[in-house]
Design a protein around this ligand. Structure first.
Ligand code: ADP
Ligand code: MG
Length: 614
């Protein structure tokens, strides 16, 4: 009896601080967000000792007069919402009115603020600066001081009266990593603001408002990432989507480089994450994650931010729409662009002399020269080298019947390609070690992995046909029989529809025995029995865990792999021509269905640099 007491306000704030203020980085985030809400165009963040000693955020925003400054550190005080209806359309980053109170309950805080003239016209002492100090919830009085327009909040000795929390702070470096992460998110979402971050007096980032988002990404991440981003934008059904999509070459082993912003707020959302991953499916190996910067704008009333203390999660009222719009927008872009991989030739920047200084560099150029010489020696234009035209089928037909200039070169001249006039639009190709195909392009040449490319072609054809109905099948002259277990018989029964869609016809052929009666024509290169066995294994392993669409995709993947030309398989000239023509036709030809590259590009410019011609 009589056990329950009402906690005093400072205790309430400390408890709130437990949710909102996890570590120095949370303080940085809350203070920077306040500066942005105050309309600042410049924010300076200074940190000492990983934030343990000092976190200072100075802005040139609207500032506060003495009355507001006194109130700002009370709990549940905010200028951003007034009525419950405001909660439905929150356009500011803050609104809970508890950040400053929480921070001030667990540290020593000094805040200085000077409001801009226009805002406070008519108020007493409006343009004067004031300051206030709060020591773990004990607030001093507001007193005048001198300061620039805007607000500076300094937070010292975070958690100093809470040894248990302070003990959990990590090294200055680790805390700085977290601070940089929050700084980065805010800097990306507000690329039109000047922002500086210093640690122990050293400038880590000086970001200018003049720079483009791409330049900002180069500074915050790396020039390599920034140069490998594809821009896309769409506006449909109330959703404005702008994204920088990382090319597969800069992909990662985790999702850390996926930044999603909703109306300027960094958020985490599993629907959006899923949409990103789906958009890249087939463009990236399954264990890789793309670098993505995604900026979404939508009406404030279409989602709720009041679901998480740090507001990192939101609730979309129509999550399916958000998912499908993002997926469609990103996927369309990724399908439409060429993701061929650029060959990684050794860097040739710097003086030639300087290159020779390093032992590895010394070896590089001759190595490439040798490789090229070897390449042309092995593949003189005798049998495999042909001319054909890629882009215009009718022109290609013509070229086939015309006397081939390469035939002339074959007889008298062993030098492969430079001695004769090359007809416009005609390309040469070579099969290398029965596995790769090299062919000329306008910019240089490409090397294709014949299996990977054909796998993509077969996969795309399979997908297209399946979308239209079932695959066309051909009766086997002699049905091929196989034994199956009860469990496998069950799997066949459960997946009867899928098997029929594939155009595979199975019929009982005695006790525990089935026979393959018909097999899809598109898979004619695969052995029916072998294929059905693997199909059964796949359905047994994955059938239960995947939805119908994913399962079908897995099956088509496997089918494409089995029916595709193999590495080590000699191809006739017409087969190579067909492969190269199909490459122009199918979507995502740059990647096999598992996301591995099919094509590596070499530009003449790079080669010339390597051979020191430029
Ligand atoms: P919230 O941001 O949720 O409103 P805070 O505790 O972070 O709550 O801040 C309380 C109030 O103090 C804000 O609503 C705002 O009016 C004022 N404020 C805080 N920081 C600044 C700043 N940098 N410039 C101007 N006003 C500020
Ligand atoms: Mg706030």
């Amino acid at each position: 009896m009589g056990q329950i007491v009402v906690l005093d306000q400072n205790m309430v704030n400390m408890i709130a601080a437990g949710e909102v203020i996890e570590r120095p980085a949370s303080v940085v985030k809350e203070l920077m967000e306040n500066s942005i809400d105050a309309g600042a165009t410049k924010i300076i963040v200074s940190i000492e000792d990983g934030g343990r000693k000092l976190i200072s955020v100075a802005d040139n925003g609207c500032g506060m007069d003495s009355e507001d400054l006194a109130k700002a550190f009370e709990s549940h005080t905010t200028s951003k919402i007034k009525t419950s209806s405001d909660l439905r359309t929150i356009s500011t980053l803050g609104f809970r009115g508890e950040a400053l109170a929480s921070i001030a309950s667990v540290a020593q805080v000094r805040a200085v603020s000077r409001p801009v003239l226009e805002r406070s016209e008519g108020m007493k002492n409006s343009a004067a600066a004031n300051c206030v100090e709060i020591d773990c919830g004990n607030k001093g009085s507001v007193s005048p001081c001198s300061a620039n327009y805007g607000t500076t909040v300094q937070v010292r000795d975070l958690f100093y009266k809470l040894p248990a929390r302070r003990k959990f702070l990590r090294t200055a470096n680790t805390e700085m990593t977290h601070i940089i992460e929050h700084f980065t998110r805010i800097a990306l979402a507000n690329s039109d603001l000047d922002m500086t971050l210093t640690h122990n007096g050293r400038e880590l980032y000086v970001l200018l408002d003049r720079q483009s988002l791409r330049q900002r990404i180069a500074e915050l991440f790396s020039p390599e990432i920034s140069e490998n981003l594809i821009e896309t934008e769409s506006k449909e059904r109330g959703l404005h989507i702008f994204a920088f999509l990382g090319r597969p070459g800069v992909s990662r082993t985790n999702k850390k480089f996926q930044y999603v912003f909703l109306n300027g707020r960094f958020i985490r959302d599993r629907f959006i994450s899923h949409a990103i991953q789906e958009a890249y499916r087939g463009s990236l190996e399954p264990d890789r994650f793309p670098v993505v910067f995604l900026f979404i704008q939508m009406p404030y009333e279409d989602y709720d931010v009041n679901v998480h203390p740090t507001k990192i999660e939101v609730r979309f009222y129509n999550a399916n729409l958000v998912h499908s719009q993002i997926l469609a927008s990103l996927r369309e872009k990724l399908l439409g662009i060429n993701l061929d991989v650029d060959a990684k030739l050794p860097a040739t920047t710097g003086a030639f002399k300087q290159q020779e200084d390093t032992p590895a560099a010394h070896l590089r150029s001759p190595k490439i020269t040798d490789a090229m010489a070897e390449f042309f020696k092995k593949h003189r234009p005798i049998q495999t080298q042909q001319q054909f035209e890629r882009e215009v089928p009718s022109a290609r037909r013509k070229a086939r019947y015309a006397p081939l200039p390469s035939a002339k070169a074959e007889k008298g001249d062993q030098i492969p390609d430079t001695r004769y006039e090359k007809p416009q639009q005609q390309r040469k190709f070579l099969q290398i070690h029965d596995s790769f195909i090299a062919t000329e392009t306008d910019e240089g040449f490409i090397i294709i992995d014949q299996h990977a490319l054909h796998e993509r072609i077969v996969y795309e054809d399979l997908c297209r046909r399946i979308r239209q109905g079932k695959l066309e099948a051909q009766k086997l002259l002699i049905p091929e029989s196989f034994q199956l277990t009860d469990a496998q018989a069950d799997v066949l029964k459960t997946n009867a529809e899928l098997i029929e869609k594939l155009g595979i016809e199975l019929a009982p052929f005695g006790p525990k025995t089935m026979a393959v009666q018909a097999f899809p024509t598109l898979l004619s290169k695969a052995a029916p029995l072998d294929f059905v066995r693997d199909l059964l294994d796949l359905l047994t392993d994955k059938g239960a865990g995947l939805d119908a669409e994913k399962l079908l995709d897995e099956v088509l993947n496997m089918a494409a792999c089995k029916a595709a030309i193999k590495a080590g398989q000699k191809l006739s000239d017409s087969e190579i021509e067909q492969l190269l023509a199909d490459r122009e036709r199918v979507q995502r030809a740059s990647r096999c269905p598992h996301g591995r590259p099919t094509t590596i590009k070499f530009s003449t410019g790079d080669l010339e640099k390597q051979f020191k011609r430029t």
